[in-house]
Design a protein around this ligand. Structure first.
Ligand SMILES: [Fe+2]
Ligand SMILES: [Fe+2]
Length: 336
């Protein structure tokens, strides 16, 4: 493969410039896209060093997005999930940039994971990426705020998974603020990220179905907590925390959830945290058949119409998450 070779027959995916670390060897080639022709041009071959000079050259040319062939995605994900650790610890990178890398890398790994849910390699990479994101959320004060601003409102199971992780982790950090060391946040994050893993085997036509599902579709949809649990078991990834979140996140405080209709304290506290974040993200997201709710409308709707669904104490803490974020918070307070 020579630089400049026309490879328009290959398919590519975009990555952000910030996800490449200077002085690392890139185990995948990188391509640029020609602005007018749309053609992809080889910029650096596989296994070459990414140097400060190359970075500067790209910055000088105002290039923010570069491309990697889909056939090299394993190599890219392995690299990205490993390097996210250095990104979150980089003293020269600001919190906003870190949040972008964390969000985009995790989302892309999840997108791929949902396409191949039983690939234990991808599961491991998703876990690795989210572990360093946890470090970022717990120790960088601005991290949560920046991540909350980034949450994308498109409805895809993988963006939803990343959004739910951000909301639920931020909530857990508040709820457990006096006892952070008593909870394994890395494991918690894995659970939140994988809570809908079972949806990966449900046909997209049902997942993206506009409006109400018929009974057969709904019965299938309701199986996703059990399917998720099974995938974790089959891939030897299951443990008590993941199981609680994946299997119980649709249970309700009033006992009218699924799959087991357990209620109140029978529901694991981590699953109760996840349930709040899950519904909040679902109703603030664009769907083909309805407008998304704003943060204020969503919190108000949850308070007014879903009072029996959630843990009330957790809900009050959840609201505060947005109140503290003065830049994006709605001025009114739905719980006052
Ligand atoms: Fe779910
Ligand atoms: Fe969900």
């Amino acid at each position: 493969m020579m630089p400049g070779e026309d490879l328009s027959g290959l398919s590519f995916f975009p990555i952000q410039l910030q996800s490449l670390r200077v002085e690392t060897v890139l185990p995948f080639p990188i391509f640029l896209r020609h602005a007018s022709s749309g053609q992809y041009i080889l910029y650096r071959s596989k296994n070459t060093s990414f140097t400060q000079d190359i970075l500067q050259q790209l910055i000088d040319n105002r290039i923010e997005e570069i491309y990697v062939p889909r056939s090299e995605r394993d190599e890219f994900f392995e690299y990205a999930s490993r390097e996210i650790r250095h990104v979150v610890r980089d003293p020269d990178m600001d919190s906003r940039q870190k949040a972008e890398v964390v969000y985009s890398t995790t989302t892309r790994i999840m997108e791929d994971l949902f396409a191949t849910p039983r690939a234990s390699r991808r599961l491991r990479q998703a876990k690795m990426a989210i572990h360093y994101s946890v470090e970022f959320i717990l120790y960088d004060e601005k991290a949560t705020r920046n991540l909350l601003k980034l949450t994308s409102h498109d409805y895809y199971t993988y963006t939803h998974s990343v959004n739910v992780t951000i909301y639920a982790l931020a909530l857990a950090r508040r709820v457990y603020s006096g006892e952070l060391d008593r909870h394994n946040f890395k494991l918690l994050a894995e659970g939140f990220l994988l809570h809908d893993l079972g949806k990966s085997v449900i046909p997209a036509s049902i997942i993206n179905h506009p409006g109400k599902l018929n009974e057969t579709q709904w019965n299938l949809m309701r199986q996703h907590p059990e399917i998720g649990r099974k995938i974790l078991e089959e891939t030897h990834q299951n443990n008590e925390v993941l199981d609680a979140i994946v299997y119980q996140h649709h249970e309700r405080i009033d006992g009218k959830g699924y799959p087991r209709q357990i209620s109140r304290t029978e529901i694991h506290p981590y699953a109760r945290l996840c349930a709040l974040a899950d519904v909040f993200d679902a109703i603030t997201t664009v769907r083909s058949y309805r407008e998304p709710l704003t943060t204020f409308e969503a919190l108000k709707t949850m308070k007014d119409t879903m009072g029996d669904h959630f843990d009330w104490d957790y809900f009050n803490e959840f609201v505060k998450l947005f109140r503290e974020d003065s830049d994006s918070a709605d001025p009114a307070d739905p719980v006052s």
